[in-house]
Ligand binder design. Structure first.
Ligand SMILES: [Zn+2]
Length: 369
């Protein structure tokens, strides 16, 4: 499965999508409350089929206005609620709760309710007009920056914090484009101090650290926000600006991660990384860990490796990588976090801390097979 994301252009009737999302939020809120009430009354959990039946009954009786909502979107929302509860029952997630309306961000349609032609998506809205239901077909233009492959299994319309709308097409296509073998392997060490990634070849890759570089802007915007009257036009303007800045930061980070993982996949057949202890790192380093986005980077490398038929290996968390000397194997127990360079007392070789670790990672990774 591959998902393509396109931005829906701003036009005068874009607000109808927003209204539809807000209406769909009511379904979301209603069914969460309903499940809660059932639980309090000692009734068993109502599964997906039971929720669908209940939705049908509601449309006939107390909620006739729900008839204007696309039925597939309602089904998809009920499926989502059911999934959340199933995860909760299987102890995979927390108790499902109602999202605030502004955080309810997307609706999903499977086959009906939309039509795609060229760079347009036509959505069908239902409205009650002169005593009967009418279908309102509204075309929206989206920025088709690339052609999708395969058949579309479902579409999702999203609203982000900046108030922009996005069209996500999920297709059955699997992107598989193997790259020619290079016969090279690489060990890479994540670092906090000198570089984001150090390769065993000695190459050090710096991270742009978008959060850090935009921190001043963020602070001044937050200050401005706190001076404004909550709910006023100026306050909303500030909220939007902040959302835009956060989006920019995350895009910069993502861009860096994609480019770097693509570069690694082109050069090397086998990529060996260490398994990260993110919780511990967060305690030690705070904000910087989130800014670097190690987890996201590993996920992207995983995807890229699958796509280009590369192998990703992860060395266990408890494998010693920093302390042993990569030349003679001597364990330098006196090494602290601040020692960037050290000389091995056994064989006398001069080590850069990160490059030494990268070499050890590479060795440990090769030894696994
Ligand atoms: Zn040594």
């Amino acid at each position: 499965m591959k998902t393509y994301k396109y931005k829906i252009g701003d036009q005068s009737n874009t607000i109808r999508i927003g209204n539809l999302l807000d209406d769909m939020w009511q379904v979301h809120a209603y069914f969460h409350k309903w499940q809660d009430q059932r639980y309090k009354d000692g009734l068993p959990y109502a599964n997906y089929a039971a929720m669908c039946q209940h939705a049908k009954d509601l449309k006939r009786t107390t909620h006739p206005h729900w008839k204007s909502l696309p039925s597939q979107a309602i089904q998809a929302e009920l499926e989502r609620i059911d999934n959340a509860y199933q995860r909760f029952f299987n102890k995979l997630g927390g108790k499902p709760h109602i999202k605030p309306r502004h955080k309810f961000k997307s609706i999903t349609l499977k086959q009906t309710g939309y039509k795609l032609t060229n760079n347009r998506i036509t959505l069908t809205f239902r409205k009650w007009d002169k005593g009967k239901w009418r279908f309102d077909k509204v075309p929206y233009t989206f920025h088709k920056h690339r052609q999708w492959q395969g058949t579309i299994s479902r579409i999702t319309i999203k609203r982000d914090a900046c108030g922009d709308y996005w069209l996500c097409l999920t297709t059955t296509y699997t992107d598989f484009r193997p790259l020619p073998a290079t016969g090279e392997s690489v060990g890479a060490d994540f670092g906090m101090k000198d570089a984001f990634l150090t390769l065993n070849t000695g190459e050090k890759i710096q991270h742009p650290q978008p959060l850090k570089s935009n921190l001043n802007k963020l602070r001044s915007l937050n200050k401005e926000l706190s001076r404004k009257k909550k709910g006023s036009n100026g306050w909303w303007w500030c909220v939007r600006q902040l959302a835009r800045l956060y989006r920019k930061i995350s895009n910069q980070r993502k861009d860096f991660h994609w480019q770097l993982s693509s570069k690694l996949c082109k050069k090397f057949d086998t990529i060996i990384l260490e398994t990260l202890n993110l919780e511990g790192m967060k305690r030690l380093w705070g904000r910087k860990v989130s800014d670097l986005g190690f987890y996201q980077f590993v996920e992207i490398v995983k995807y890229k490796c699958q796509k280009h038929k590369r192998e990703l290996r992860q060395v266990g968390q408890w494998t010693a990588t920093t302390k042993p000397c990569s030349d003679c194997g001597f364990h330098n127990e006196s090494l602290t976090l601040n020692d960037r360079q050290w000389i091995c007392p056994e064989c006398g070789s001069d080590h850069d801390r990160d490059i030494n670790a990268a070499i050890n990672i590479l060795r440990a990774g090769i030894a696994v097979t």
